[in-house]
Ligand binder design. Structure first.
Ligand code: T1G
Length: 692
């Protein structure tokens, strides 16, 4: 049973016991209703306490049930809450840990609420593209007031219970044992009548309409493509203007509308995708982890400095090693500057800055880093350089230290072979800026030990990264896919597009930045260097040569104030460049290509389906463990629009047969070799299945 009932003297206790977060799935809802009924039927019982076992009171409705019949199986959560509220005996919610979403709504249906300090109180539904659908938009404004309630509902962010101690939300804050305290409180109100109901509270707010209009304007500025924030305001507006039961109907209708939207399904996909990524099928969840109490980073450049900051931010001391004092000083100065920028933006206090800088030290000697529990090299992307570094690390690092490479494409198995301990070698591919981007590709070598993999995945969580396991291949998951995306971008230029049109089309689709603006930002010479290697390694792979022509002119992007676009000093805005556009048009002519008008739809399909098709190969080869991992890579590392759920999820929403049809169409174009349908895509499409 996921909701148990027991009687302690004259008090009944209904305990939510549905690990891991006491999700209010059907079983639990039924158990609550049965418990309330039993308490009412027993004259000896004077009051009822509802309490959560484990982590907290309840993390809300069971999100996994949404869009399935179970979610609508009576007793709905609204029904449960109505039965609680209509109970003839007082029901007291005893809250600890977490009271979120439907969990908080259940508590709001109770006659009283008591809590211990440190509990997260939230209505986070908006983060899932929905809204509180069990009375939260109607009850929270009544008990907390219009403004604080609307802020909580639109932000979805938790507020700690102690911060709400002085409000009507909690009738008493309990110190000591929660159940004891709740039962004592229950006895003290057992005979109090009439039973207080949140629904009966009137919302007092002068000029509520004015405030709600202000809220609508604020939401319009921040909601982006997501409809939920707007509907949250409308649901709360109904709480102000309508009778309770009528407001409840408005809330219900808006919830049912939102729960069907692709945006909400995308957000829920990302919620579960983030959590699924940390699960590695052949690595038991209880694998003993290696302790990571200290770290070392080789290289104090942009990546090395950013990586070091992640450890300091997590309170882990880190030593940064450089070859020359000047480079080391520069690297440490850059780290300090980054923290000072954060402090200027109010994201960091001076004390935190000092603490973090205190955790970062520099050295020129490998001898100083031997005792670190993990070392991550962030040196030049060249196998020869990596070999020298790993030879050295093999000599100096203590036994059991994890030896990690931040390589973005090189073969981890080859790197591991430079040491006598390949089982301790792993890839930790950070994304620039390493202290900001959430994605961490964790590259598992053939010999990487399971505890090294589990430790690195746990470390990703510690340093607040989304860790995604990748197998060994050229470019791992993200860069291997982006390779195809960039190829198509180049071909589109040859066939009729200009950089600005391609960027605008894909940015309208939702990408943070189009391929050409992104390349100008990262540096066009990086791709140039990789392509030159590829021309040798994979001579049969065709690329547009336009990017090479651009680099031969020294147009490396923002850092040279000229790339695909022109830049003015001190201004990061990208201005279309006549010189580059003329070069592109001339290049098409040289190739004998008659340029044509290309639609935005074709641009988006060719860029996104190039990702999808390569992603399907990666999935089929087992480089990625699951489709949602590929989505998490693109959502957290490549600016893929969250409301579309990632490339594989997006392909599912388009319909794989439609994706396949488009790929067949593009295979009739100038580069059929770039449009060979991945077997997995064809198989799933013909079986009417999806990636996720
Ligand atoms: N439903 C189903 N599974 C859930 C869940 C939920 N509400 N919350 C967490 N899980 C799973 C999660 O996928 C993971 O599974 C495990 O629990 C541990 O989660 C009608 C409609 C509560 C703060 O949005 O914010 O109520 O990976 O790793 O770090 O109005 O989970 O182990 O298989 O996150 O300790 C609203 C979402 C629902 C809260 C705990 N509630 N959850 O954090 O653990 S909609 C939420 C969280 C709703 C009503 C509406 C966090 C947490 P697995 P975890 P954690």
């Amino acid at each position: 049973m996921t909701a148990t009932y027991r009687e302690q003297g004259d008090i009944a206790v209904v305990t939510l016991n549905n690990p891991p977060v006491n999700g209010l799935g059907y079983e639990t809802r039924k158990g609550i209703v049965d418990g309330i009924q039993r308490a009412i039927d027993n004259d000896a019982i004077r009051a009822i306490v509802i309490i959560g076992e484990g982590k907290g009171f309840s993390g809300g409705a069971d999100i996994r049930e949404f869009n399935t019949p179970k979610a609508l199986q009576e007793p709905w959560l609204q029904t449960v809450i109505r039965i609680v509220e209509d109970s003839s005996k007082p029901v007291i919610a005893a809250i600890h840990g977490v009271a979120m979403g439907g969990g908080l709504e259940l508590a709001l249906g109770c006659h009283y609420r008591v809590a211990v300090a440190g509990a997260q109180i939230a209505l986070p539904e908006v983060k899932l593209g929905i809204l509180p659908g069990a009375g939260g938009t109607q009850r929270l404004p009544r008990i907390l007031g219009l403004e604080p309630a609307l802020n909580m509902i639109i932000s979805g962010n938790p507020v700690m219970s102690d911060k709400l101690a002085g409000t009507k939300l909690f009738d008493q804050m309990i110190t000591g044992d929660l159940l004891e305290g709740a039962m004592t409180f229950a006895r003290s109100v057992a005979d109090a009548r009439p039973l207080p109901k949140v629904r009966d509270i009137k919302i007092q707010y002068p000029n509520a309409d004015g405030y709600l209009q202000f809220a609508r304007n604020t939401v319009r500025a921040v909601a982006g493509p997501f409809p939920a924030p707007f509907k949250c305001v409308e649901a709360v507006a109904a709480a102000v203007s309508k009778k309770f039961d009528d407001g409840l109907k408005v809330e219900r209708d808006l919830f049912l509308e939102l729960v069907q939207t692709t945006e909400s399904k995308a957000l829920r996909h990302a919620f579960f995708g983030e959590r699924a990524a940390s699960k590695i099928p052949d690595v038991p969840a209880d694998t003993l982890l290696r302790a990571i109490r200290s770290a070392a980073v080789i290289g104090a450049g942009t990546m090395g400095g950013g990586i070091a900051m992640n450890f300091a931010n997590a309170g882990i001391p880190v030593k940064v090693l450089e070859a020359k004092q000047e480079a080391l000083d520069k690297g440490l100065a850059t780290i300090r500057k980054n923290y000072e920028n954060s402090m200027r933006k109010g994201k960091l206090t001076q004390e935190q800055l000092d603490k973090r800088m205190g955790l970062i030290s520099g050295t020129l000697s490998y001898d100083d880093i031997g005792q670190a529990d993990i070392v991550i090299e962030a040196v030049f992307e060249d196998m020869g350089v990596k070999e020298a570094v790993f030879n050295k690390l093999d000599h100096v690092m203590k036994p059991g230290a994890i030896l990690a490479s931040n390589t973005s494409t090189l073969d981890i198995d080859k790197i591991a072979a430079f040491t006598k301990r390949p089982q301790d070698v792993i890839g930790t591919h950070f994304f620039s800026p390493a202290n900001v981007m959430k994605l961490l590709e964790i590259v598992r070598g053939a010999k990487t030990a399971k505890d090294v993999l589990a430790t690195t995945m746990a470390l990703a969580k510690t340093i607040r990264k989304t860790g995604v396991v990748s197998g060994v291949c050229d470019g791992f998951i993200g860069n291997r896919m982006v390779e195809q995306y960039i190829r198509q971008a180049g071909f589109l230029l040859e066939e009729g597009c200009l950089p600005e049109q391609v960027d605008k089309a894909i940015e309208k689709f939702g990408f943070a930045m189009g391929p050409f603006r992104m390349s100008d930002l990262a540096g066009n010479d990086i791709g140039w260097y990789i392509r030159k290697r590829r021309y040798v390694e994979k001579p049969d792979v065709t690329y547009s040569k336009i990017a090479d022509l651009l680099c031969e002119k020294g147009r490396f992007g923002q850092k040279t104030s000229a790339g695909w676009y022109d830049y003015k000093s001190g201004d990061r805005k990208a201005y279309p460049s006549d010189e580059v556009n003329q070069m592109i048009i001339a290049h098409s002519k040289d190739l004998g290509i008659e340029r044509r008008k290309i639609s935005d739809q074709e641009i988006v399909e060719r860029l996104v389906y190039a990702l999808v098709n390569e992603g399907a190969l990666i999935l089929d080869e087992g480089i990625a463990l699951r489709a949602s991992d590929i989505d998490m890579v693109y959502l957290t590392g490549y600016g893929f629009p969250l409301f579309r759920g990632g490339p594989m999820f997006y392909a599912d929403t388009v319909g794989l047969p439609n994706v396949l049809m488009s790929i067949h169409r593009y295979a009739k174009g100038r580069h059929p070799e770039a449009w060979i349908p991945a077997p997995l895509l064809s198989k799933l499409a013909s079986a009417g299945k999806t990636f996720n």
